[in-house]
Design a protein around this ligand. Structure first.
Ligand code: NAG
Ligand code: NAG
Ligand code: NAG
Ligand code: NAG
Ligand code: NAG
Ligand code: NAG
Length: 797
């Protein structure tokens, strides 16, 4: 793509940090020790700001760990109390000369009262920043507020801190951009319009563009703003350049519209997952937590996250890290799964919220789309709230008032540099044509879809919608024993214990996991209750990993095909990346950062290059999926018998078809039964492995496999004798494994030693394999070897 002369939006809003419009901002932090009191004054304690009520109560020893066992129920009174934060300060320069001062409370919630110097302020401008909870009543007639993956703890308090801000006029003289990686200067036209600039690359030197990871680098520039205040001043900001379009166009000869993102003119498949708040008490989300989670996103070959509308607008560091790592962000506004009011004061407050958040976040190139809400179009269309037919027009009108006439209007005013969607899922421009609430917002021919089914056999790709863009789908699993141990006692560690039911917030969730697992695996049946429990944790993770793998592979292989009008899938964001506490959920990362089997699988199913095997009617197919721009071909296919360590057959691909980059096409098709017969195989006795190679014959991407029967029916899976040796290599540890038999789902667990393996949950079809362990805290060979526990499928029955 030719860059010279092109116009790019300058991705700096000039109010980040220092400037708002043409006003210079200076601020005084009021963070530090405050006082916190409940309504009758029986509790009065010192509380850190930033901080929140639960954290303060915990730090002062008033409560125990709110995540421990059933404490989320015992501590509900905290959310029903009225809390008052108090502090005293005196003003000094530089605030004396200002013409306007503002108190800024970031991230405050609706329940707190702020008392400053004796003056009590009511609800503040950021009041809707915190959680919006689904309210539901349990059997005990006890109302609660939580999602189906978390405890009912609203974050209350000043978790982002408090500051006093003052503005002064600032006359801009000149703006210039300096690439941080070189000394060359390019001058930017003096063309500040509102607080967004259009950048004209006047000098011949091309602007280096920000790319999603896997597609290029994330070069940054200093933007230097020379201006006049009471004397000349120079302000510097970091900026990036990129363009983004959401393409919704007719597909020649087919119904529906396309739905994909183009970054800098290039169509990009979004690979990733959905982000939820990393902690109930947001002040406890540290830089380390964010870095660790986002590094795990990068390590799993993801390039995108959806910040889901039932959580929070994340802290600045989250977006800064996404910018740096090339992680695209689909940013919802914080409205989810509910009907919202449209009274004028509510609308005014929402508009202020949108102005503030768009202003704060729009300079981040990582954010590629705004989305008005989570599932509220679908909720109206499919009548989640039992609205009588005669009342329906009123609710649709309210929906349009809030999300279209206000939120959308404000966003279009504040930021024209990225697309806006009213909801997710939505049919996009088709929804607009249907009056913003489409008859079927889940229509695979338009926009994005959310899809969940726990009862269908997940290995059957026919049960998945061939959508344009999958923004939510998933399966639950339990976290590991070491994570659950932090919040449970021995008595709790049974699959049918009160604790196990209590931590499961999705109706029938524990049963659904076993049901899906039972379609493919023997359920753990050890007579040793504890072993049966840990085996069950393991089998839920195997089930989840295989199911999300199957669904994601289906979406990735559908990117270049249209079948009955459906297909051209350009996004796969599974639900969900992270966890908010130690409990079963759809996450691929446990609370605390430990990777579940699914996250290891994501490394492979999101690899830039991937072979996908599947069956359709009587044929076995292999598709090559590629995000790269080089040609690929299929290497040999191997058939293994479960009972032997060596392939029983290898099939050379005689006529390799070259697959262009950025596509997914069939490279192999053979009738399944003759293929098996030719190798002396049956569906139960054998499985297939395959990989891709480049034109030089080098393997590219992971080796993938295809099972021909449910593994509970497989014949010849032996109990393997696996031995491990551990040694240190630089900062990592090497684990060398030897096995005397083929072993599916080999799982390495080192308990409380936090860190990650280079591979895990793998199919071991060779007599030895070497994996690395990257620790996130100091450890040693002795501790690792003693902690290492190896489980394979054959161990659970
Ligand atoms: C004050 O409120 C707390 C918490 O709601 C309650 O436990 C306590 O009994 C109250 N004390 C008085 C004196 O009313
Ligand atoms: C908190 O304030 C609300 C509104 O003023 C009041 O209705 C409620 O009783 C108060 N709760 C407590 C525990 O004092
Ligand atoms: C397992 O294999 C190791 C070496 O690979 C051997 O020393 C050991 O005896 C074997 N154990 C069993 C039970 O076969
Ligand atoms: C590991 O396996 C390879 C073949 O896959 C073999 O050549 C090598 O000798 C094995 N190493 C050991 C130490 O067993
Ligand atoms: C290994 O680490 C453990 C846990 O930190 C520690 O207790 C032990 O002393 C260490 N051993 C050696 C040999 O450093
Ligand atoms: C567990 O199930 C397997 C497979 O169905 C069976 O072979 C085994 O005998 C069972 N074990 C027990 C203890 O019931």
């Amino acid at each position: 793509m030719a860059l010279s002369g092109a116009i790019f939006y300058l991705l700096v809003s000039l109010n980040v940090g220092v400037l708002s419009g043409n006003r210079l901002k200076s601020s005084l932090s009021l963070d530090g020790k405050w006082r916190l009191q409940n309504s009758n004054g029986s509790l009065s304690l010192g509380a850190q700001v930033p901080g929140c009520v639960h954290s303060a109560l915990l730090q002062q020893g008033v409560i125990q760990d709110p995540y421990y066992r059933f404490n989320d129920v015992f501590y509900q009174w905290i959310a029903l109390e009225n809390w008052t934060y108090t502090t005293i300060f005196s003003l000094n320069s530089p605030f004396r000369y200002t013409n306007k001062q503002l108190l800024i409370f970031d991230g405050i919630d609706t329940v707190s009262t702020i008392s400053l110097n004796g003056i009590t302020l009511g609800q503040t401008d950021n009041m809707f920043q915190s959680y919006v909870f689904c309210v539901w009543c349990s059997l005990q007639e006890q109302c609660s507020f939580s999602w189906d993956w978390g405890p009912s703890f609203p974050t209350m308090g000043l978790w982002k801190g408090v500051r006093l801000e003052a503005f002064d006029l600032f006359q801009i003289i000149q703006v210039s951009a300096v690439p941080l990686y070189s000394r060359s200067h390019s001058n930017i036209k003096n063309g500040l319009s509102k607080d967004q600039l259009q950048f004209m690359d006047r000098v011949e030197s091309k602007v280096k563009l920000w790319w999603p990871r896997g597609h290029g680098d994330q070069p940054l520039y200093w933007i230097s703003i020379r201006g006049y205040q009471r004397g000349e001043e120079i302000l510097n900001e970091i900026v990036y350049f990129r363009t983004v379009e959401l393409v919704q166009e007719p597909i020649p000869g087919n119904p529906g519209l396309s739905f994909y993102f183009q970054i800098n003119g290039k169509a990009i498949f979004l690979k990733g997952s959905n982000w939820i708040p990393a902690h109930s008490f947001l002040d406890q989300v540290t830089e380390k937590t964010l870095r660790n989670l986002l590094q795990s996103v990068a390590d799993a070959n993801m390039n995108a996250l959806r910040v889901w509308g039932g959580g929070v607008y994340e802290q600045d560091l989250f977006y800064i890290l996404c910018d740096q790592m090339g992680i695209m962000v689909w940013q919802d506004f914080m409205f989810a799964c509910a009907l919202y009011p449209t009274e004028q004061d509510f609308i005014e407050s929402v508009k202020e919220e949108v102005i503030q958040q768009v202003g704060r976040l729009k300079s981040h190139p990582s954010i590629i789309v705004w989305s008005g809400n989570n599932e509220n179009e679908a909720a109206l269309a499919t009548d989640w709230f039992d609205i009588p037919m005669t009342e329906r027009p009123k609710y649709v009108k309210d929906y349009v008032t809030l999300y279209v006439n206000n939120i959308r209007a404000v966003v279009l005013e504040e930021d024209q540099s990225r697309p806006f969607l009213v909801s997710s899922p939505t049919n996009g421009v088709e929804s607009e044509q249907e009056g913003w609430v489409a008859e079927d917002p889940y229509d695979p021919l338009y926009g994005d879809t959310h899809f969940y089914s726990y009862t269908h056999d997940c290995s059957d790709w026919r049960s998945f919608p061939r959508t344009r863009f999958a923004s939510e789908y998933g399966f639950q699993s339990w976290p590991s024993l070491s994570t659950l141990k932090q919040v449970s006692i021995e008595y709790d560690r049974k699959y049918d214990s009160a604790f196990s039911s209590h931590r499961q917030h999705h109706d029938d969730g524990n049963q659904q996991m076993l049901q899906q697992a039972a379609l493919h695996y023997h359920l753990p049946n050890s007579t040793d209750g504890f072993k049966r429990y840990t085996d069950t944790l393991y089998i839920t993770q195997v089930m989840q990993a295989q199911c999300v793998k199957a669904q994601t592979e289906f979406y990735r292989r559908s990117r270049s095909e249209v079948i009955e009008g459906k297909g051209l899938t350009m996004g796969a964001l599974y639900w969900q990346l992270n966890d908010i506490w130690q409990a079963p959920s759809w996450s691929s990362i446990e609370f605390g950062g430990k990777w579940k089997m699914l996250h290891y699988f994501a490394q492979n199913f999101f690899a830039p290059v991937l072979p996908v095997g599947f069956e359709d009617e009587d044929d076995f197919f292999i598709y090559a999926v590629s995000d790269l721009s080089e040609d690929l071909r299929l290497a040999s296919i191997y058939l293994y018998s479960w009972s032997k360590m060596h392939p029983v057959c290898s099939i050379l691909n005689k006529q390799p078809r070259l697959i262009p980059g950025g596509s997914a096409f069939s490279i192999y098709q053979q009738p399944t039964e003759p293929l098996l017969d030719g190798c002396g195989c049956t569906r139960e006795s054998c499985f297939l492995t395959f990989h891709l190679e480049d034109s030089r014959g080098q393997q590219v991407g992971p080796t993938n496999y295809h099972f021909l029967s449910p593994l509970k029916d497989a014949q010849g899976i032996l109990q393997p004798n696996i031995t491990a040796k551990v040694w240190k290599h630089n900062e990592a540890f090497i684990v060398f494994l030897q096995s005397d038999a083929i072993a599916p789902f080999v799982w390495l667990d080192v308990g409380t030693v936090l860190g990650r393996f280079s591979a895990n949950g793998f199919l071991m079809a060779t007599s030895n394999i070497t994996v690395s362990f990257y620790p996130w805290r100091p450890t040693n060979i002795t501790e690792l070897s003693q902690s290492l526990l190896i489980t394979t499928l054959r161990d659970v029955y």
